[in-house]
Design a protein around this ligand. Structure first.
Ligand code: URA
Length: 244
């Protein structure tokens, strides 16, 4: 009903403007429709507005991971702020050689506020350990810091609102390499639209930091046949961080 009313209002105003009217009377709407429009809640106004809260340009200038976390924990920049239990900022070694980037928190991460603690996280731990990386040595984070309801895919406006945090995390940590688990981190960091199947298998460049894309552990749980390719990608990562 509210959506209908707004659309009516838009059409009405456009028609009046095309007729050259500078003043309008909202006679195509009922008084209660107009009141309804005027009475939108702050949450609705927030959802309609472009990303807000601390501007993205300011986020990418925050000077420390701790300050960045502080800002992220109160982030209102997209609608996921309304449904989250916790902001899952990221954790691990702030001087890590490897930043591991996933897609978005799931239910377990939303509940605990920690990245990669569910089923996919357990597999991620195993994969990293098999490649010689302890969880505590790397830095783990996601493109989105809040859980999309029902684990749906991140929406473009959510990625846009949230990615300044990720970009700043990478800048502050300055790792030797980035491991991108799945389509969203690889596409977000590389500004690409390619599928993970096409991006994986080679080392990419993210502003001078080598980036290795590979399949997401959740995808591996569904497609165990991709484990071999993932293993090859992890070996590729190893060559980047092993001393020469
Ligand atoms: N999947 C992700 O991409 N990130 C998490 O933190 C958990 C599951």
């Amino acid at each position: 009903m509210r959506g209908d009313a707004r659309e009516l209002l838009r059409v009405h105003l456009r028609q009046r403007a095309e007729l050259g009217e500078t003043e309008v009377f909202l006679d195509a709407l009922t008084a209660s429709d107009v009141r309804d429009l005027a009475a939108r809640t702050p949450v609705e106004r927030r959802a309609e507005a472009p990303a807000h809260g601390v501007p993205g340009n300011d986020i990418v200038q925050i000077g420390s991971l701790d300050s960045l976390r502080e800002v992220a924990l109160g982030c209102p920049r997209c609608r996921l702020a309304e449904s989250r239990q916790h902001v899952v900022f990221g954790e691990g070694n702030p001087q890590a050689e490897v930043v591991v980037v996933g897609e978005a928190p799931g239910a377990d991460e939303d509940r605990t506020g920690r990245p990669f603690v569910g089923r996919a996280g357990k597999l991620l731990d195993l994969l990293l350990a098999a490649a010689g990386y302890a969880r505590a040595d790397v830095y783990l984070c996601n493109v989105l810091k809040c859980r999309p309801p029902g684990n749906r895919d991140p929406r473009p406006e959510e990625v846009e609102a949230c990615s300044p945090y990720l970009l700043r995390q990478v800048e502050l940590i300055r790792p030797r390499a980035i491991l991108a688990f799945g389509t969203f981190p690889a596409q977000t960091l590389l500004g690409s639209k390619e599928s993970i199947g096409r991006m994986r298998g080679r080392v990419h460049d993210y502003h001078g930091v080598p980036l290795v894309p590979t399949y997401h552990p959740a995808a591996l749980l569904r497609n165990p046949a991709w484990t071999r390719s993932t293993w090859e990608d992890l070996q590729r990562l190893r060559t980047l961080t092993d001393p020469a």
